[in-house]
Design a protein around this ligand. Structure first.
Ligand SMILES: [Zn+2]
Length: 396
């Protein structure tokens, strides 16, 4: 593998085993999730050096990624805009609200970051086939990057996934498996497929150590875009939790490198119809309990059994953040309000981060001078029908 200089290898989050990244991407001892580790003392990165580089893709942070940039499977993902929304700041009663618009990624969602990283690793490992279950966007992204790398992608999506996701898996030449039911049914079908094919390389969140490793670059960009003023709070729509785990790691790394001093409070935003992280936090538990009957219009948030919940809860507690769930009508209302006041197009699931921020403001979570970042995890275009259905329900 064409590894970067400071990349040490992989460490098991569950049992502490260390694994040679060239050998495997899963823990041979316990099957647990692995995390890439680095020798930070060997990384020579300062604010000036970063500022001198073009803001062109997530690979501009190559020293903090496992694989060298010249080996990357990339379509210039990342480097998304951070858009000031003063009207939202007034409504929320805080100093600034900014939306990190991940809808501008190549396939229209934040999952492109992790897909680029994980497909790069798969190619380096000599994989021929990659496979994953997905709520939708992750499958579309994996199919796109697999196509670029010349790999076969096997995506398992629940029948409720959006039309755009399913169509684009096909358009990228992927093997599209639409599974009747919801995400857990798709995950079960994926596991069967994986068991039957020794040569499939799993790209499922946290099966691979590289999806959250790609997700972390979002925070690096935020810090630079805010000219090194760390935001007070980040609201992130949360299903499996890849994004929050990645963000937390990035904040630790930038502190370790002396680039920032503060840590943002990380908030998981979920939908009331499927809020295992919110429930676990409110009950003071270290892990989630699976949601028996998940039901939300936000497909990307309908992950009733997030396997990495312990890590997600840990980062929320570590950063003094929180978790907030709002109802589907409020989520869609927030997405529409953002569209009508800022011009930005939130995917319905990211509407949960906006309505969650409003809910937090109402609960008195903010003092009045904070900088709050809302992450728009995907383009509103992907689910325009869902957004418009909210207008119809209002009689518009
Ligand atoms: Zn292990």
């Amino acid at each position: 593998m064409n590894l970067t200089a400071a990349f040490d290898g992989l460490e098991c989050v569950d049992c502490g085993a260390t694994v040679d990244a060239a050998e495997s991407h899963q823990c041979p001892a316990c099957g647990g999730a692995l995390d890439p580790t680095y020798e930070y003392d060997a990384i020579d990165l300062d604010r000036e050096r970063l500022a001198s580089r073009p803001f062109d893709s997530q690979w501009r942070y190559a020293e903090l990624l496992p694989v060298a940039r010249e080996s990357a499977v990339t379509t210039a993902e990342g480097a998304t805009p951070l858009v000031d929304c003063p009207d939202l700041a007034d409504e929320l009663g805080v100093g600034r609200v900014l939306i990190k618009d991940e809808g501008r990624n190549p396939t229209g969602s934040v999952t492109d970051r992790g897909a680029s990283m994980a497909v790069t690793a798969a190619l380096e490992h000599g994989a021929t086939d990659v496979a994953l279950p997905s709520t939708g966007n992750g499958g579309q992204a994996a199919a796109a990057y697999a196509a670029r790398a010349g790999l076969e992608a096997h995506a398992y999506l629940p029948s409720r996934s959006g039309f755009t996701n399913k169509a684009m898996v096909n358009v990228h030449g992927g093997d599209m498996n639409v599974v009747g039911g919801r995400f857990d049914d798709a995950a079960a079908a994926f596991e069967e497929g994986l068991a039957e094919h020794d040569d499939w390389y799993s790209l499922r969140s946290f099966d691979t150590p590289y999806r959250h490793e790609g997700a972390k670059t979002l925070f690096y960009e935020l810090a630079e875009q805010l000219e090194w003023a760390v935001p007070d709070a980040i609201c992130y729509p949360t299903g499996a939790g890849t994004g929050l785990v990645g963000l937390a790691k990035a904040t630790r790394e930038f502190r370790e490198l002396g680039l920032i001093d503060e840590t943002p409070a990380l908030y998981a935003a979920q939908a009331s119809g499927c809020a295992p992280i919110v429930d676990a936090l409110e009950d003071g538990r270290d892990e989630h309990e699976p949601v028996d009957h998940p039901d939300t219009i936000c497909g990307e948030l309908e992950v009733p059994d997030p396997t990495a919940s312990a890590r997600v809860l840990e980062v929320i507690r570590e950063t003094d953040g929180g978790a907030v769930a709002t109802d589907d009508p409020d989520i869609l209302e927030a997405a529409v309000r953002v569209a009508q006041t800022t011009g930005l197009e939130l995917i319905p699931s990211a509407g949960a981060a906006a309505s969650g921020a409003w809910e937090l403001a109402e609960r008195g979570a903010f003092d009045g001078d904070e900088t709050v970042v809302i992450v728009n995890t995907g383009s509103g275009n992907k689910e325009a029908d869902v957004l418009r259905s909210h207008l119809m329900s209002q009689g518009v």
